[in-house]
Write a protein that binds this ligand. Structure first.
Ligand code: HEC
Length: 202
């Protein structure tokens, strides 16, 4: 930091101010000596302010990095839950039949394999499209209140913790939109759909 400025630069500055205020002497005008002393103080204050801004932006950067890390962990947890809770079994095409060996790009894109029973014929929805237009909060609320038709085990989703539901959401969203919407539900009594079906008794 430079030392106090020579008095020669302070005095013209004060004179200029006097001219700007119409030649009226300023009430609390500082003596050149006081001005000399005040400058370094102001400089220190300014330097402190700059330092504060720099420090807080560095802290904000560190926070972003750690929340990104947390997101990564949450996504991994969601991936794990989707696997062990069996969501892929029905919502990923061919997953159960191929012993789970399906490219992750296809995970949760729904299936055209119909499940037929007294409830009609249902198709596992494309969860990636389903969650794409939902907020995390909307998903949690939906997961807690939904009662879709069989064989969707909604009663296994409902008791999940908020953290688990959010992790499933984070993972599904991380895959992005993908695939096509599943075929529409066919009510009981209607003509049987033409595609592949799993037939339940009754
Ligand atoms: C046994 C097959 C099966 C499994 C396992 C399964 N689902 Fe489903 N799911 C379905 C079917 C079929 C539908 C469509 C139901 C309908 O049309 O009413 C569905 C529908 C849904 C829906 C849409 C509900 C709505 O309101 O429209 C969501 C969300 C869902 N499943 C999430 C999951 C999650 C999360 C898992 C893993 C925990 C899972 N499913 C596991 C078969 C399954």
């Amino acid at each position: 930091m430079r030392g106090p400025e020579p008095i020669a630069t302070v005095v013209p500055c004060l004179l200029r101010h006097e001219r700007q205020t119409g030649g009226q002497p300023m009430k609390n005008r500082m003596s050149p000596h006081a001005a000399l002393m005040a400058r370094p103080v102001r400089r220190v204050a300014r330097a402190t302010a700059v330092l504060t801004v720099l420090l807080s932006s560095a802290l904000a950067g560190a926070q972003t990095a750690s929340s990104q890390k947390a997101d990564k962990g949450e996504i991994q947890r969601g991936r794990y839950l989707v696997m062990v809770a069996g969501c892929n079994d029905c919502h990923t095409p061919g997953y159960a039949a191929k012993n789970g060996e399906v490219d992750e790009k296809l995970w949760l894109t729904g299936d055209a394999l119909g499940w037929s029973g007294p409830w009609g014929t249902t198709y596992p929805v494309n969860l990636r499209l389903f969650m794409a237009d939902m907020s995390k909060q909307q998903w949690v609320k939906h997961a807690r209140t939904m009662t879709p038709r069989p064989p969707m085990p909604w009663f296994n989703v409902r008791p999940m913790t908020d953290a688990d539901l959010k992790a499933i959401y984070a993972y599904t969203r991380s895959l992005g939109r993908g695939g096509d919407p599943a075929p529409a539900f066919v009510p009981p009594g209607a003509n049987k759909p033409g595609g592949p079906l799993v037939q339940f008794p009754g």
